[in-house]
Every structure is written in structure tokens, then in C-alpha cells.
Design a binder for this molecule. Structure first.
Ligand SMILES: *Cc1c(COP(=O)(O)O)cnc(C)c1O
Length: 399
């Protein structure tokens, strides 16, 4: 029976749910782009975004998605012939490496598979074997959205330091910003990347590049950067248009202002992180219960290596594909497809799905989507353990 009428729920790892408040803030006439009000709001947004990433250093905003900020950082930092080391823990690490190699950069990957965090000891060993200091940057996804592996950024920083290596430390935080703790300056990160459509609860269209003074100086030593990608005028704009190398993304800025008020001024960033963790733990508890009576398990075994914003789950025997279809077509919940696990025409593709729990998500939404999956398992006649919803509820009921 079709039970989809009601508010639909896109529970994928981006784009995420956009709060009505954010939509309402965007629903307005075009603002005066010459006026002080927009300019003042932009300055406050830049300050708040730096708070969000835990930095007092530099920020460039791009009208771009995540792929755009990958390009932006690369364009500023690397010239053809430079060498970088990418720590790969899933499809997004591989994709970042690929885009970087395409730009003529020599890319070496340290691949840790797609179910465990990057091993800092292996990184330290590799950096020790770079006596010429050719590796210009160490690049890592904080959360790899495909595998749902979360990497330990302070441990990676410590490994770079232990090797005594001067490489820049670059973090793709597109899936973790506003979801999992990240402190750019305290951790000693040189470049942090994020985009608007994940933890920040906006439509796709804004990309953020935070960069350290060290990264700024390193950028100045390479080949000239195209005017559009150059982060310098954006970060140190003399004229308003330079903030965006052209027309400002006016309506996105109003939405961003509302979203950052919700995160920083109202809920508070520490609570936002704790909420994401708790909701993720509820998802893991449910999956654990299902797995006691069927071929169901989390992709990432170690809790400390699990993202708080997305969870890759195996429902073997092709059940995941059937579940995704059932939840979408019968329950009004859309779950995420697997990425990089198998090609769409391979059987294993139907064994995995991703649950997005990032951004504007609360207890009843997570309970609702878990219960929809539970109903879907029953509808498929798929073997599964019982008590998943009780276990998720117990996680949420704890103080
Ligand atoms: C979503 C995502 C990207 C790509 O972002 P797009 O906006 O789709 O270009 C890159 N890296 C990570 C970790 C992501 O989650």
C-alpha cells in the first residue's frame, strides 16, 4: 500500500534537509548589492564561518559545489609537477586524488581500504621516506561519505609532525563540517574544504575554503592562479564584488545567515556535534539488532572510525536495493545509493545503502527512518534480528 503522502524525507548524505526557516530566509526580493546591509551581513558571515571551522586565519567563498572547492584549493596551491600524498579511505578520497592528478599534479595514494580509518603510523613511515621533501601536501577526507569512515585528524597531524615533514595538511570536510568536531587552528590544519548542502543545511551552491597563513605563502610560490580561482582577492577583498569574483550569491547568503544562526547562536556548535553523534549511535544500535538475525552490518566496525553524519550499511542478498525502493515508493523516505562499492550492474550494488543523518535532523526523524527500514525488511521478508527500534529508542532516551 502506498503510504508516501505527507512530508517526504531525503535521508541521503547531501543534499540534506533544508530547514523551512532557511527556505523562508531565502524567499525575498533581490537585495541591493551596493548596499551596506548586504556588505555587513557578508562580513558577519565570514567571521561566523571562521568560528565554525575553528580558525582565525583565512577564508575564501566560492559559488561552487564540493568538486568546485577541490579545484579551488588545487588551483591555488599546486603547479604541474608538484607532488601530493592522498590518504584514501573510500570513493571520495579516490575522486579527490583523481581530480588532482588531472591537473598535472603527481599524486601518490596511501590506500587504507574503505572500512577503516587512515593509519597514522603508515603515514609517518611514508613521510620519513621523503628525504627530498617532495610531498607538498597530505590530503585526507575527514568523513569519506561513500564508506562512512571518519579519519582522526589530530592523529594525522601528529604523524606529520613526528616525521618532521613540512607538507601542508589539507582536509576535505565537506561531509563533516557542522557534524563532527573539527578545529582547524588547534589541530594545525592548513586547508579545510566544505560545501553548503550537507551539515550546513543549505541547497548546493556555496563552497568554502579556509586556509592557513602557511598555505597562503605556499600558494604565492607556485605558478600564477587564474583570477577566478585565486583565493587572495576573495579572502582580502578591497571591493565587495571581489568576495565572490563577481555577483554575490545573494539568496544563498541569506540562507547561510539563518543556518549559521541556528548552529552557532541558538543550538551551539558543541551541541550540534553531540546531537549528530547521538543520532548516529541510534542508527548503529538498530543495525546491530537487525544483524543478530540476518546478513546486516555496518561497513565500519570500529566506532571511533565511524562518521556522525552518514552510515554505510550492508543488507546482503540484494536486500539493500529492495529496501531503498520500498522506503522511497511506499514510506516517503529516500536513502542513499552506494558509491564506489560496486558498479550499478553488479550484484553487490544491491547489498549496500547509505543513511544520511546530517544537518537538520532530530530524534523523531531518525526513529521514523529506522522504523521505515524495519517495515521495509518485513515487507521484503528479509531475515533480520528483532528489537532494532527499541534499541535505537534506548540510545535516544539516555540522558
Ligand atoms: C559530497 C562530497 C564531495 C563532493 O561534493 P559535490 O558538492 O557533490 O561536488 C566531496 N567530498 C566529500 C567528502 C563529500 O561528502
Amino acid at each position: 500500500m502506498n503510504l508516501t503522502q505527507g512530508r517526504s524525507y531525503l535521508a541521503i548524505p547531501g543534499p540534506s534537509v533544508v530547514p523551512d526557516r532557511v527556505l523562508a530566509a531565502m524567499h525575498r526580493a533581490s537585495p541591493d548589492i551596493y548596499g551596506a546591509a548586504l556588505h555587513d551581513m557578508t562580513r558577519k558571515l565570514q567571521d561566523d564561518l571562521k568560528r565554525l571551522a575553528g580558525t582565525g586565519q583565512h577564508l575564501a567563498i566560492y559559488i561552487a559545489n564540493g568538486h568546485g572547492v577541490w579545484e579551488a584549493a588545487n588551483a591555488n596551491l599546486f603547479s604541474s609537477g608538484d607532488k601530493v600524498l592522498v590518504l584514501v579511505t573510500g570513493f571520495f578520497g579516490t575522486a579527490w586524488a583523481g581530480i588532482t592528478a588531472h591537473a598535472g599534479v603527481e599524486v601518490e595514494m596511501l590506500d587504507f581500504g574503505a572500512a577503516a580509518a587512515a593509519d597514522p603510523a603508515r603515514l609517518k613511515e611514508r613521510l620519513r621516506q621523503d628525504p627530498g621533501r617532495r610531498i607538498k601536501a597530505v590530503m585526507v577526507t575527514h568523513t569519506d561519505t561513500a564508506s562512512s569512515v571518519r579519519n582522526d585528524l589530530p592523529a594525522i597531524r601528529a604523524a606529520i609532525d613526528a616525521a618532521g615533514h613540512p607538507a601542508l595538511f589539507m582536509v576535505d570536510a565537506i561531509a563533516s563540517m557542522g557534524c563532527d568536531p573539527l578545529e582547524m587552528d588547534d589541530t594545525g590544519i592548513d586547508v579545510v574544504l566544505a560545501a553548503s548542502q550537507k551539515g550546513l543545511m543549505l541547497p548546493p551552491g556555496l563552497g568554502f575554503v579556509w586556509f592557513s597563513e602557511r598555505a597562503r605563502q605556499a600558494a604565492g610560490q607556485g605558478a600564477p592562479v587564474s583570477r577566478y580561482w585565486d583565493w587572495q582577492p576573495r579572502a582580502f577583498a578591497q571591493e565587495y564584488y571581489q568576495n565572490f569574483a563577481g555577483t554575490a550569491p545573494t539568496h544563498h547568503l541569506f540562507g547561510l545567515s539563518e543556518a549559521l544562526s541556528m548552529i552557532l547562536a541558538e543550538e551551539g556548535l558543541a551541541h550540534v556535534w553531540a546531537r549528530h553523534r547521538r543520532l548516529a549511535e541510534a542508527v548503529w544500535a538498530a543495525v546491530g539488532a537487525w544483524g543478530e538475525g540476518g546478513d546486516v552490518r555496518l561497513n565500519v566496525a570500529a566506532p571511533e572510525a565511524r562518521s556522525s553524519s552518514v552510515t554505510l550499511v550492508r543488507f546482503g542478498g540484494g536486500v539493500a536495493g529492495a529496501l531503498r525502493a520500498w522506503c522511497r515508493d511506499t514510506a516517503g523516505v529516500t536513502l542513499g545509493i552506494p558509491l564506489g562499492i560496486a558498479a550499478p550492474d553488479e550484484p553487490a550494488y544491491a547489498d549496500y545503502l547509505r543513511i544520511g543523518h546530517m544537518g537538520h535532523v532530530n530524534a523523531h526523524m531518525v526513529l521514523g527512518l529506522l522504523a521505515a527500514i524495519e517495515a521495509g525488511l518485513q515487507a521484503q521478508g528479509a531475515p533480520h534480528g528483532t528489537g532494532a527500534i527499541e534499541r535505537a529508542a534506548a540510545v535516544l532516551a539516555a540522558p
